[in-house]
Design a protein around this ligand. Structure first.
Ligand SMILES: Nc1ncnc2c1ncn2[C@@H]1O[C@H](COP(=O)(O)OP(=O)(O)OP(=O)(O)O)[C@@H](O)[C@H]1O
Length: 242
C-alpha cells in the first residue's frame, strides 16, 4: 500500500458501560478508498465522529498526515472534509450562496470560479438559485458533497454519499469521486448500504460488527474467505450474527 495518510490505532469509544467502538485499528493510504461496512449500530458513525474530532475517544489514537488529531486538530481538520445527509446547511440561502459562504470561510481563491466549476461538475446548474430549504433529498445530498469537495480536502469522509440519489445521479457521483481521487490523490473513507457500490468503489473494506473489525481486505478476498458469492451475502451472514 502507498504512504498512509490516516492511521488509527486501538480506537475505543464507550458511552457509559456500552462500548460502541471496541479497539479498531486501520490505515488509509494516499489516494485510497477504504469502505467502512457494518450493520446498523455497528459503530460507523461514532468512528467518523471521532475522526472529525466531534467525539472524544475513550482511548486509542488517530493520526492524519503523521500528526496526532488531539494535539493538531486545527491543522488536520483544514485538510479534511465530510459529507453526510445528516449535515444541515443554512436553509435560507440558495445553493450557490451556500457554496460561496463555504468558499469564503475556507479562504479559497477565486470562490466564484470554484463554485461555478463544482456546480457544473455535480450537474447542479438547473437548481443553483433554489433556496436550500426547497431542495429534494437527492439535491441536498449533492449539495453536501459539493460543499465537501469544494474545499479540496486531502481526506474525505463520506457517510452514504449516494443515499436518496436515483441510479443515474448516483453513477455520476461515483464517477466524480473516482476522477477526483485520480486527479488529486484524495483519500476517502466511505460508507454505503449498497453492497455493489461498496465493491465498485472501495480498494479495501473493513467490516465492523459490534464495534470490532471482523473482516478486512479487498472485497473479493473477503467474499472468498467467507465462502459466499458476493459482498451482500457476507453482509447478511455477519449482520444476522449481530
Ligand atoms: N451518544 C451516545 N450515547 C449512547 N450510545 C450511543 C451514542 N452514540 C451512539 N451510541 C450507540 O453506539 C452504537 C453505535 O452507533 P453508531 O451510530 O456509531 O452506529 P452506525 O454503525 O453508524 O449505525 P447506522 O448504520 O444505523 O448509522 C449504537 O448502539 C448506538 O446506539
Amino acid at each position: 500500500m502507498s504512504v498512509s495518510v490516516v492511521e488509527v490505532r486501538n480506537l475505543r469509544k464507550q458511552f457509559g458501560a456500552f462500548t460502541a467502538v471496541d479497539g479498531i485499528s486501520f490505515e488509509i493510504g494516499h489516494g485510497e478508498i477504504l469502505g467502512l461496512l457494518g450493520p446498523n449500530g455497528a459503530g460507523k458513525t461514532t468512528t467518523f465522529q471521532m475522526m472529525l474530532g466531534l467525539v472524544t475517544p475513550t482511548s486509542g489514537s488517530i493520526k492524519m498526515f503523521g500528526l496526532d488529531l488531539q494535539s493538531h486538530r486545527e491543522a488536520i481538520l483544514q485538510q479534511v472534509n465530510f459529507s453526510s445527509t445528516y449535515i444541515s446547511l443554512p436553509y435560507s440561502l440558495t445553493v450557490e450562496e451556500n457554496l460561496r459562504v463555504i468558499g469564503r470561510l475556507y479562504g479559497l481563491p477565486d470562490v466564484a470560479g470554484l463554485v461555478d466549476d463544482m456546480i457544473q461538475k455535480l450537474d447542479m446548474n438547473e437548481w443553483r438559485h433554489k433556496l436550500t430549504r426547497k431542495l429534494s433529498s437527492g439535491q441536498m445530498t449533492r449539495l453536501t458533497l459539493a460543499k465537501a469537495l469544494l474545499t479540496k480536502p486531502k481526506v474525505l469522509f463520506l457517510d452514504e454519499p449516494t443515499a436518496s440519489l436515483d441510479p443515474d445521479v448516483a453513477h455520476k457521483i461515483r464517477e466524480v469521486l473516482l476522477e477526483e481521487r485520480q486527479a488529486t490523490g484524495l483519500s476517502i473513507l466511505y460508507t454505503s448500504h449498497n453492497m455493489r457500490e461498496m465493491e465498485e468503489m472501495s480498494d479495501r473494506i473493513i467490516f465492523l460488527q459490534r464495534g470490532k473489525i471482523v473482516a478486512e481486505g479487498k472485497a473479493r478476498d473477503i467474499v472468498a474467505r467467507f465462502g459466499q458469492s458476493d459482498l451482500e451475502e457476507v453482509f447478511l451472514k455477519l449482520a444476522r450474527e449481530q
